[in-house]
Write a protein that binds this ligand. Structure first.
Ligand code: KIV
Ligand code: ZN
Length: 511
């Protein structure tokens, strides 16, 4: 047990988070996210499951090369091949952790593993001691720990520690436990496992009952000193405990949670936005800490109180999570300097080319809209426009209304302009049909999402399109005051991304 009150933040956005439907990330996206996590002070980054696929192996290996401060972890089952793959993928890391797990609940042992409890204990001993040949930092997890018989859980934990595990994780794999019960499990382990002082205890909670954060905090109060969590709470099914909520609960209520983390909380908003942009999964407006309304005060009584003293209705400041109030109002007369300042305040870092491109698009937008809000800038930054793509959007004319819908679309494909007119069941369908005519492809469209960035009839529409083909996905986002233009662009960006990904693995479809 760690004697002090320092809580280790183990982020599993790139592993458990990435396992959630629709959240899969590609290598460059994982690297971007890993860099953010490292910068914000995460102690351990779980980068993936190296044996799962060549792609997973490669991303763990690249994250291991990139990360400067955090330890990098790779997940493995209790199998030698898994452990060797993890060790190899983690080899470039400054600090590496092998994380091995096996189920311990009667249900999982009988139906999933089809192994008797004695064989599971042998597998724990074997896997942990094998992992210790590669690193001194070995984490062992009892999958489905919260539905495991206590006597067996104690034996399993004792075996793992006796064989060299330095962290013991007690996952609530199916999100079944409640705070009092979860705390009691940690108290029980601390009281009954003779070698428990040789390892750090860890919480890992899923959110099926909406209790992941409460359970994690209860586990910490009962003696755990590591919390496994994800940005925005993404993860299997209902997700994992949200890092921003756990960290801000400790920071805001030190009277109840007198613990410290290494997290620079002013990086929270940036990390949340980076992840939303990469996955296309925006957080709900009322999401704690990072939702668009988390610091908004709508009712007259609240606004009045806030004006008199912000603490009347604000338990933490927006600045503490990296959300800065801005004096800069952008409009068509604003210059580069003002835009740059705004972009920085919003938490983005753009290279020169990306900033020049953003400035041009900002000017175009400011010509169409009286006031350009922060949300407009966030949407413009999220727009996936890229210069060197095979397919470029050129122009679009849409006919809509009760007499039928069609789209006259011009694209530049491999440097050559092509135009077609297509009909469809609605204008969006007509546009997507036109893209399919100009560039035939087989991709499915699992996601088409539109959201108004701000209020008002001149609001920008932010459109997200996801395409899927043979296991590859391409996600495109675009914002425009014209929903149809944003839809066409988002589709084209998604298609370009899909093509790039397919080029790496197989021959590209298309003309
Ligand atoms: O939820 C779980 O049990 C897990 C383990 C693999 C740690 O994610
Ligand atoms: Zn999990």
């Amino acid at each position: 047990m760690a004697a002090d009150n320092r809580i280790i933040i183990f982020d599993t956005t790139l592993r458990d988070g990435e396992q959630s439907p629709g959240c899969s990330m590609h290598l460059d996206e994982k690297l971007q996210m890993a860099e953010r996590l490292d910068r914000m002070g995460v102690d351990v980054i779980e980068a993936g499951f190296p044996i799962a696929s060549q792609g997973d192996f490669e991303s763990v290996s690249q994250v291991a090369k990139l990360v400067k401060n955090a330890a990098v972890a790779g997940l493995c089952r209790a199998k030698r091949a898994d452990i060797e793959a993890s060790a190899e993928a983690l080899a470039p890391a400054k600090r590496r952790r092998i994380h091995t797990f096996i189920s311990t609940s009667p249900l999982h042992m009988k139906h999933k593993l089809q192994m008797p409890p004695e064989a599971v204990l042998d597998a724990i001993a074997e896997s942990v001691s094998t992992a210790r040949n590669f690193t001194d930092d070995v984490e062992w997890s009892a999958e489905d720990a919260t539905r495991t018989e206590h006597d067996f859980l104690c034996k399993a934990v004792e075996t793992a520690i006796a064989n060299g595990a330095t962290t013991i994780n007690v996952p609530d794999t199916v999100g079944y436990t409640v705070p009092e019960e979860y705390a009691a499990i940690f108290e029980m382990l601390i009281n009954r496992v003779p070698n428990i002082d040789k390892a750090i205890l860890s919480v890992h909670c899923h959110n099926d009952l909406g209790l992941a954060v409460s359970n994690s905090l209860a586990g910490i109060r009962a003696g755990a000193r590591q919390v496994e969590c994800t940005i925005n709470g993404i993860g299997e099914r209902a997700g994992n405990a949200a890092m921003e909520e756990v960290v801000m609960a400790m920071r805001t209520r030190p009277d109840v949670y007198p613990y410290e983390t290494g997290i620079d909380t002013t990086q929270i908003t940036k990390a949340s936005r980076t992840l939303s942009r990469i996955t296309g999964f925006s957080v709900q407006p009322n999401k704690a800490i990072v939702g668009a309304n988390a610091f908004a005060h709508e009712s007259g009584i609240h606004q009045d109180g806030m004006l008199k003293n912000a603490q009347t209705y604000e338990i933490m400041t927006p600045e503490s999570v990296g959300l800065f109030k801005s004096e800069i109002v952008l409009g068509k007369h604003s210059g580069r300097h003002a835009l740059k300042k705004k972009v920085e305040e919003l938490g983005y870092e753009l290279g020169d080319n990306a900033f020049q491109d953003l400035f041009k698009r900002f000017k175009d937008l400011a010509d169409k809209k009286k006031t350009v809000f922060d949300e407009d800038i966030i949407a413009l930054v999220g727009d996936d426009r890229e210069l060197n793509e095979r397919i470029k959007f050129v122009s679009l004319m849409v006919k809509a209304g009760s007499d039928g819908q069609s789209a006259l679309l011009k694209l530049e494909i491999d440097g050559e302009e092509k135009e077609t007119e297509s009909a469809g069941n609605g204008p969006v369908d007509a546009i997507f049909n036109a893209i399919g005519e100009l560039f035939p492809h087989e991709a499915d469209l699992p996601l088409y999402q539109v959201h108004a960035v701000t209020g008002g009839t001149d609001a920008q529409a932010e459109v997200t399109v996801k395409l899927e083909e043979n296991g590859n996905t391409g996600l495109g986002q675009s914002a425009d005051v014209d929903t149809m233009v944003a839809s066409a662009r988002a589709y084209v960006y998604a298609l370009n991304k899909l093509l790039r990904k397919r080029e790496k693995t197989a021959k590209v479809v298309g003309p």
